[in-house]
Write a protein that binds this ligand. Structure first.
Ligand SMILES: NC(=O)C1=CN([C@@H]2O[C@H](COP(=O)(O)OP(=O)(O)OC[C@H]3O[C@@H](n4cnc5c(N)ncnc54)[C@H](OP(=O)(O)O)[C@@H]3O)[C@@H](O)[C@H]2O)[C@@H](O)CC1
Ligand SMILES: Nc1ncnc2c1ncn2[C@@H]1O[C@H](COP(=O)(O)OP(=O)(O)O)[C@@H](O)[C@H]1O
Ligand SMILES: [K+]
Length: 498
């Protein structure tokens, strides 16, 4: 599903109004949807609506009037003077016949539900003063909260907490989710997210051209590689994974097994001679070849090889950098992870220039935040002015590669401006070797000819699903073993027989 920035959502609103639906109709649809959600959350008992000065508050007034008309016991607190409301919000407030209480936290009481209609898309600065006191008091009340559009205080584009934010039980948003609903910390403040149809036609999307989407199969199902009935292992492609030295071979084996489980037809571990026996003893379906130098590596991948995975356990330094250069020179699709990234920390532009030298290069960089900051120091998470989405998009443009920044809200961005945010990764994926498995899964799609952006998105989604399938307590080895169940889940979802 597409994600709309707050500006894109305002544009969807404008286009719908220009096509003949009055803005107040949209607000009424929102208010009714909020009232429905409120009834679901609190079947009985008093409901308190806390409204702000803008259209988010207007939505709150419509919901209040709707709930009161249904016989619910409703009260309204307004952050500003009623007479200062403008436009649709003023119109909505006119429809509320009850009393309007002032912004005083002692008036919250103990309702069955609070509807948070303080700020939505119009939040444009940190929350301070009265609204902050109100938000803190609502959070401290322990009362379930239904947030309208966004939990007040959460930035819809970045998911950042702007000074203070409502911790919602449920959030109702409209037409399409916003990036701030999926990016952390925003996602954690939303509670359950409901996306409601308010009569905006999907046709407006082609006029808006959103470039960001939630990472799920709708996004990449057309690119998903299916084994062909007339295929054989070579049509599914051959992946090569570079092993580290004798003390660091496990990471490459995890990637290799994930590449094979993920659908590569053949997988070879390129192993230093000193580690050959260790790798050979631990691998069965995955092949092993003795490779010590970048020249030998170039010879291996110069044959029938589609993609290389370089980085897991590879070691930091000129040797690993040399393998990366060999992979790029051979024009193989590449996943560059972990040590392959850190090996360029002293001169990231050298790597980016090599990638950009070939406009057709299919390269995915898969850093975690630490590795990301080594390559893109000015875009690190310390730079609090930029969202994770903006940081990864800028990194993709700068490097010429697809960049995947890991975490609970993994973002994949392409140099062409497309980006996807994942929300299916359970926290128990944060375990040693989990990233090595992810690199292998991405390699599996690259090996089968999937373009880098879609390969990265597919890998991230499958990895998250594998985390859910294996469940709490998983270790990285478990992720590869549940892949058949993840494939079945995906085939069922896409209606593909097996
Ligand atoms: N687009 C759509 O399709 C539809 C949108 N709809 C709804 O409209 C909502 C957007 O409404 P909106 O633009 O009026 O802004 P909103 O979020 O109510 O903020 C209100 C005002 O608060 C202020 N303010 C900002 N930050 C502040 C701060 N930190 N501390 C204090 N004050 C602060 C600032 O005003 P200022 O003080 O700058 O004059 C701002 O204008 C959207 O979320 C959705 O619920 C639906 O009704 C219909 C369909
Ligand atoms: N809190 C979290 N919730 C969900 N997934 C997470 C969380 N923290 C990390 N992950 C995922 O776990 C994986 C860890 O990768 P990485 O840090 O490279 O580990 P390793 O180097 O040990 O393989 C990544 O896919 C990342 O997105
Ligand atoms: K809100």
């Amino acid at each position: 599903m597409e994600l709309l920035t707050t500006d894109e959502m305002a544009r969807a609103d404008e286009l719908t109004i220009a096509d003949g639906t009055p803005g107040f109709e949209l607000m009424r649809a929102v208010g009714r949807a909020v009232a429905d959600a409120a009834n679901d959350l609190a079947e009985e008992g008093p409901i308190l609506v806390v409204a702000g000065r803008g259209n988010n508050g207007g939505d709150g007034f419509v919901a209040a009037a709707e709930l009161a008309a249904q016989g619910r016991d409703v009260s309204v607190i307004l952050l500003c003077d009623r007479a200062t409301l403008k436009g649709d919000a003023a119109l909505a407030a006119k429809g509320w016949k009850g009393e309007v209480l002032p912004c005083d936290p002692s008036l919250i009481g103990s309702p069955a539900l609070i509807i948070d209609a303080l700020f939505g898309a119009g939040l444009d600065r940190p929350v301070k003063g009265d609204p902050k006191v109100m938000i803190d008091a609502i959070n401290a009340s322990g009362v379930p909260v239904l947030a309208v559009d966004l939990p007040s205080g959460i930035n819809g584009n970045s998911g950042a907490v702007m000074g203070a934010a409502i911790l919602a039980t449920e959030t109702v948003t409209f037409f399409r989710p916003k990036p701030g609903h999926l990016l952390l910390p925003g996602r954690s403040y939303c509670g359950k997210l409901r996306v409601i149809d308010i009569g905006i036609n999907d046709g407006v999307l082609s006029r808006i051209g959103p470039k960001t989407a939630e990472n799920n199969p709708d996004l990449w199902q057309d690119a998903f590689p299916l084994p062909r009935v007339d295929g054989h292992k070579f049509t599914r492609g051959h992946a090569v994974v570079l092993s580290g030295d004798i003390a660091a071979t496990g990471a490459a084996r995890l990637s290799a097994r994930a590449a094979l489980r993920g659908g590569a037809g053949l997988v070879t571990v390129a192993s230093p001679r000193d580690a050959l026996a260790v790798n050979a003893a631990a691998l069965t379906a995955v092949m092993v070849r003795p490779i010590d130098t970048a020249e030998e590596f170039a010879g291996l991948i110069g044959g029938k090889v589609n993609a290389c995975i370089i980085g897991p356990g590879a070691g930091i330094g000129a040797r690993t950098a040399g393998f990366v250069k060999a992979g790029l020179a051979a024009k193989r699709s590449l996943v560059l992870d972990a040590d392959a990234l850190t090996s360029f920390a002293d001169a990231p532009d050298r790597l980016f220039d090599l990638i950009k030298a070939d406009p057709e290069a299919e390269v995915v960089l898969t850093p975690h935040e630490g590795e990301f900051s080594r390559l893109f120091s000015d875009l690190s998470e310390e730079s609090e002015t930029q969202s994770k989405l903006d940081r990864v998009a800028a990194a993709a443009k700068r490097s010429g590669a697809v960049v995947l920044l890991k975490g609970p809200d993994t973002v994949v961005a392409s140099p062409d401006g497309r980006a996807a945010i994942a929300s299916n990764a359970p926290p128990w994926l944060a375990t040693a070797g989990s990233g090595d498995v992810l690199a292998g899964l991405i390699g599996a799609s690259l090996t089968q000819g999937v373009p880098a952006y879609e390969a990265a998105c597919i890998g991230v989604w499958m990895h998250g699903e594998a985390g859910s399938e294996a469940g709490p307590g998983l270790i990285a080895e478990d992720l590869t073993e549940v892949m058949p169940a993840v494939f079945r889940r995906l085939y069922d979802r896409l209606g593909i027989p097996y």
